[in-house]
Design a protein around this ligand. Structure first.
Ligand code: ATP
Ligand code: MG
Length: 386
């Protein structure tokens, strides 16, 4: 066993660690680095709304991760500040209901950072370096050794967010799986070292390849705010039409009669994520479903323009009601801030309770542990010296 492995909780036997039970609770979130896009919708937001309305969860927390956004935007706090309201508007317009879901802003819950400080002692640098999401995000942002420490350690901060609310379930896109694994390791390490306090969360990944990781308009990298390669939930119909026109399809499909490739063709990936059989009845009755349409494209004889027109109609059907609700919330910005402020207050109370339990387990509760003082008094009384 190498020195690194000795400290690496992922290599230890999970079965020895007592499991902590908790009522079904959700935590997810987004970085306020831009408006939310279709990737967020299919990867997480659509599922969050469904779970919220299922009544199966006792508590739901959705976090606007402004402190995490600052880890790679330290020089641009204004960008983060301005996008908090954008993300909140996107949530409420997609159907997140403040009566059922607590929407909070990360930086306003200081307990999260205290937890992070303690969790950092349970994770090695080598372990964070192995995290494939961190690796690819560092590469994508052109960081080398100059990666900010805060950015490098954000998986640990994410573990604090999840465990502070005792989340059992975290609905996220596939890119977040390594983060969840890191959290689970921290939970096991903490519980083994200090006693059973933290709850081990499960990731909830959407079904369907397209929804797990929706590509950008270029069809290559993941749709991401930072790459600005997306269709935003609040884009106007004209903007969406323009973006769809520019979308990457199959380079080899030059004439309508040429056989076309469906795999790696972003138009079909988006159709996979959004299209249902009923859409064919409404917009393209010559096919019963997407499989039939794909078959025709592969054979040749189906043009890109027709495929793109269908995509536009399907997206418009999905986004039109979201856009309309957004306009209603946009008319009451102070009201939206009020909802966020209430959410932060609720979140602080829950996180404070977890932090108290964590500090009790770690025995950093000097003033609330009467037995500590009593024992020391007794020890000194006996011998004068310890
Ligand atoms: P940034 O570029 O600032 O990291 P982002 O577009 O990656 O922004 P995040 O705020 O990091 O968005 O991600 C929020 C949630 O949305 C996560 O659960 C993530 O898995 C999910 N998500 C983001 N992009 C996609 C995508 N293209 N496909 C599926 N899920 C996605
Ligand atoms: Mg991201």
């Amino acid at each position: 066993m190498t020195e690194e492995m000795k400290h690496d909780v992922s290599n230890e036997d999970a079965s020895q660690v007592p499991k902590v039970e908790a009522p079904p609770t959700i935590l997810t979130g987004d970085r306020p680095t831009g408006k939310l896009h279709l990737g967020h919708y299919v990867g997480s937001l659509r599922e969050r709304v469904r779970l919220q309305n299922s009544g199966e969860y006792e508590k739901i927390f959705i976090m606007i991760a402004d402190a995490q956004a600052l880890t790679d935007n330290a020089d641009n706090p204004e960008k983060v500040r301005q996008n908090i309201i954008e993300v909140a508007l996107d949530y409420f317009s997609c159907g997140i209901d403040p009566e059922k879901t607590t929407v909070l802003i990360q930086s306003q819950v200081p307990q999260l950072y205290e937890l992070t400080a303690y969790y950092m002692n349970l994770v090695t640098v080598a372990r964070v370096q192995r995290n494939p999401t961190v690796k690819s995000e560092i590469q994508m942002r052109g960081f080398n050794a100059d990666v900010p420490v805060g950015f490098f350690t954000y998986p640990i901060s994410q573990a604090s967010d999840i465990t502070a609310f005792k989340a059992t379930t975290v609905p996220v896109g596939e890119d977040q799986l390594p983060m969840l694994e890191q959290t689970r390791e921290i939970v096991r390490s903490f519980n083994r070292t200090y006693g059973p306090v933290l709850v081990e969360p499960e990731a909830l990944i959407p079904s369907g390849e397209a929804a797990k990781r929706l590509p950008g308009l270029d069809g290559k990298s993941k749709m991401s705010k930072s790459l600005n390669n997306g269709i935003y939930l609040s884009d106007s119909p004209d903007t969406i039409a323009d973006k769809i026109k520019q979308m990457y399809t199959d380079e080899g499909h030059l004439r309508i009669d040429d056989p076309g490739k469906v795999e790696g063709n972003a138009v079909f990936t988006y159709l996979d994520a959004f299209c249902e059989d009923r859409h064919f009845e409404a917009y393209l009755p010559e096919y019963a479903n997407l499989s039939e349409m794909k078959e025709h494209y592969r054979r040749g004889g189906l043009g890109d323009v027709k495929c793109k027109k269908l995509l536009q109609a399907v997206l418009e059907e999905t986004l039109e009601p979201i856009r309309a609700r957004r306009h209603e919330f946009e008319a009451d910005i102070p009201g939206v801030y009020q909802l966020l402020e209430q959410g932060c207050e609720t979140a602080r109370a829950v996180a404070a309770e977890t932090l108290d339990q964590v500090k009790d387990a770690m025995k950093i509760n000097y003033f609330s542990d009467a037995s500590l003082i009593e024992e020391q008094v007794a020890a000194y009384a006996k011998g004068g010296e310890r």
